[in-house]
Structure formats: structure tokens, C-alpha cells
Ligand binder design. Structure first.
Ligand code: NAD
Ligand code: UDP
Length: 359
């Protein structure tokens, strides 16, 4: 294990309500926002990440708090014995963008299965509450619309997305059965497409692709006809949902949808992004990836009733904040060849059809 410690945990931890919280995948897009939130709440945070798609820079500023520790570790390798006692664990470690999780599908399946098992074992040893980042992908290409938690999904078991979709479905099963057997409090969020600052410019997901393309004046790559839909949630809304879900009681609770129910076509998203950037980029159409879900919208009745949660940030406002972030990243030369990310270069060479709109 290679440990990068920005700040030693012992100093900032006191008694009382301060919790020690482990966040796997904490250097990624969602994880870094979650760590920031937890540190701001006065908790001590231990972040485990192997930097596959995340980066230390996302959490570097948290070191100043004196309550944040970053450890380089792959969660497929057991870690229960290397941690001090902790109260909560959030399992977010997993590449989330299709080009990234499809690069090594076996690794992805193992992160979801063995990685989740290792989180549960660690939680059992420390008597901790466990949160797992599940996904709307467990509904596959849905035949029920909008998707309620009671819908069991329509997933191909052997397609290019299966390593992630079936991996995340298996993780829900493991969370449920392991939790019951060992009396753990488990919480699972089925996250619908979430965007915001700290997505990687070369992540490959639609919001980051379109924004980077528009800012650079490159073609906007719409896959398929652009009539497929997604429902986009701004990251601050989602993190608020995570906190409420984790804090909700001690009783059993099934997986819960968290997302913004406003549905948008991919073509419409391309138009909003180019208009907001004021870009002259033109739309080009590329083949629709295999098994790409045709529509997706969360039914969030449960989250409203149980957590009193609903998203507040409208798409236009969230996109403006995200565009400002990417604009700054690009100005600082993130995509300059000298700063190139070797994994993206390798990805482009190995599976160019998966990289899609790599800027
Ligand atoms: P991300 O790729 O930015 O973050 C994933 C993080 O996990 C990265 O920091 C990466 O380096 C780390 N990681 C990957 N494999 C690891 C391993 N084996 N061991 C340790 N760390 C590892 O993606 P994100 O959007 O922040 O997603 C976070 C979680 O939320 C993922 O589990 C993802 O499946 C889930 N999710 C996200 C969305 C979304 O819209 N952002 C939607 C549904 C589900
Ligand atoms: N998409 C697109 N152009 C891109 C990237 C993605 O048209 O450059 C489409 C993709 O085919 C899908 C939607 O946008 O229909 C959302 O893709 P993303 O990878 O962001 O998330 P997911 O498919 O996992 O919901």
C-alpha cells in the first residue's frame, strides 16, 4: 500500500458528535464533494482511492482542516485491518463513466463485488454504518418510466455495460444480505446522472464531453439521434441527499432513487450547452453505443417522503457553474499535451470506439 498522508488524523478529532468516516473513491468527482461536506460538518475523514479516475488535487485543500487523510489503496484488496476504528463508511469507489468502466470490465465487476465485500467486512469489524453508491444503471434500458424503486429493471447480463450494471446489482444484493446477516445498518442510493465541478474533462460522460467540446470550439458528439433522455442532477443536491439518507434512522431501508426528475434529451442538452457557452461548435452524430438506455427519469417520491429531499438546482444554473469550472481548468492547461493523462492516451489506443468524444 502506498500512503499519501496530507494531514494526520489524530490532531483534529475530538469527542462528542464527531464521527470518523471512511470514503472509498473519495478523490473522484462525487467522493471529493462528499469528503468536503463531511469535513465541513466537523467529522474526521479517511479517504481510500487508487486514483484510477480520481486525483489527489480534488481533495488536497481538505488537508488544511487537520481532519482529512488520503490513502492510496485499491478496495479490491482487503483493508479492514489497516484502518483505525471508524463509525461510517461510504463506498463510492468505482469508475462511473462508460468508457472507463468498459476498459477493464473484469476489474469493474470485481470492484463492485469484491470491493463492496471488503467494505462490508471492514464495517462489520468496526461496527460501522455502510452507504453504497448504486446507480440508475441497475434499471438497464427501462420498460417502466419513470423508474420507481420497485421496478426490477431490464439489464443485459453479457453486454458492454454489464460489468457495471450487473456489478452494481450484485452489490445491492450483497449489501442487503450481508447487512441482514451481521446486523449492519446499510443505506443505498440509486444515483441518476449527476454532474458538476470536478468531473474530469476527459471523463467521457455527456455533460463533461459537451462542455469541453463547446469551450474548445470542437464538434459536439451526439451519439445516436440525440432523442434518448437523461435526468441531470447537480452535485450539491445529490450530496445533500447522501447525507440525509445516511442519517435516516437505524432500521432497514431499501435502495433509494436520488436524482433530478427533470428529463432532457441529449440533443437538447447539446443545444443548452452550446448556447450557454456561446460556442460555434456544430453537432455531429456518432453511432449509439450498444445497450445505451433510451430514457431515464427517477421517481423520487420515496426520497421526498422519507428524507424530505428534492433537488433545488435547475439544469441551466448547474450547467453555468460547471462550465465556469471547466473554463478555468482548460485555461490552466489541463488538456495541454504536457499535462496529458496517460490512462486516456492508453484508452484511446486500446478502445478508440469507447473513448467517444475525448477532447
Ligand atoms: P469517478 O470516476 O469520478 O469516481 C470514482 C472514484 O473511485 C475515483 O476517485 C477512482 O479513482 C476511485 N476508484 C475506482 N476504482 C477504485 C478501486 N478499485 N479502489 C479505490 N478507488 C477506486 O466517478 P463518480 O461520478 O464520482 O462516481 C462515484 C460513485 O458513484 C461510483 O461508485 C459510481 O458508480 C456512482 N455513481 C455515479 C453517478 C454519477 O452520475 N456521477 C451515477 C450513478 C452512480
Ligand atoms: N452521449 C453522447 N455524447 C457523448 C457522450 C455521451 O451523446 O459525447 C450520450 C450517451 O450515448 C447516453 C447519454 O449521452 O445516451 C448519457 O451518457 P453518459 O455516458 O453521460 O451516461 P450514461 O449513459 O451512463 O447515463
Amino acid at each position: 500500500m502506498n500512503s499519501i498522508t496530507y494531514s494526520c488524523a489524530s490532531g483534529g478529532v475530538g469527542a462528542g458528535t464527531e464521527l470518523t468516516v471512511v470514503v472509498t473513491g473519495g478523490a473522484g468527482f462525487l467522493g471529493s464533494h462528499l469528503c468536503e461536506h463531511l469535513v465541513a460538518q466537523g467529522h474526521r475523514v479517511i479517504c481510500l482511492d487508487n486514483f484510477h479516475t480520481g486525483r489527489p488535487a480534488n481533495v488536497r485543500a481538505l488537508a488544511e482542516s487537520g481532519r482529512f487523510e488520503l490513502i492510496e489503496h485499491d478496495i479490491v484488496v482487503p483493508f479492514e485491518s489497516m484502518l483505525p476504528r471508524f463509525d461510517h463508511i461510504y463506498n463510492l469507489a468505482c469508475p462511473a463513466s462508460p468508457p472507463h468502466y468498459q476498459t477493464d470490465p473484469v476489474a469493474t465487476a470485481l470492484i463492485c463485488s469484491q470491493g463492496t465485500y471488503n467494505c462490508l467486512q471492514a464495517a462489520k469489524r468496526h461496527g460501522a454504518r455502510v452507504f453504497h453508491a448504486s446507480t440508475s444503471e441497475i434499471y438497464g434500458d427501462p420498460e417502466v418510466h419513470p423508474q420507481t424503486e420497485g421496478y426490477h429493471g431490464n439489464v443485459n447480463t453479457i453486454g458492454p455495460r454489464s460489468c457495471y450494471d450487473e456489478g452494481k446489482r450484485f452489490a445491492e444484493t450483497l449489501m442487503t444480505d450481508f447487512g441482514k446477516r451481521h446486523g449492519l445498518v446499510t443505506r443505498m442510493a440509486r444515483i441518476f446522472n449527476t454532474y458538476g465541478p470536478r468531473m474530469q474533462p476527459d471523463d467521457g460522460r455527456v455533460v463533461s464531453n459537451f462542455i469541453v467540446q463547446a469551450l474548445l470550439g470542437k464538434d459536439i458528439t451526439v451519439y445516436g439521434s440525440g432523442e434518448q433522455t437523461r435526468s441531470f442532477c447537480f452535485v450539491s443536491d445529490l450530496i445533500d441527499g447522501f447525507a440525509r439518507l445516511m442519517a435516516n434512522g437505524d432500521g432497514p431501508l431499501g435502495p433509494m432513487n436520488l436524482g433530478n426528475p427533470v428529463e432532457t434529451t441529449v440533443g437538447e442538452l447539446a443545444r443548452i450547452v452550446t448556447d450557454t457557452v456561446g460556442s460555434r461548435s456544430k453537432v455531429v452524430y456518432k453511432p449509439l453505443p450498444i445497450d445505451d438506455p433510451r430514457r431515464r427519469r427517477p421517481d423520487i417520491a420515496q426520497a421526498k417522503a422519507v428524507l424530505g429531499w428534492s433537488p433545488k438546482v435547475e439544469l441551466a444554473a448547474g450547467l453555468r457553474r460547471t462550465i465556469a469550472y471547466f473554463d478555468q481548468q482548460l485555461r490552466h492547461g489541463y488538456l495541454h499535451p504536457a499535462n496529458g493523462r496517460p490512462d486516456m492516451v492508453q484508452l484511446s489506443r486500446a478502445r478508440p470506439e469507447l473513448v467517444g468524444a475525448a477532447p
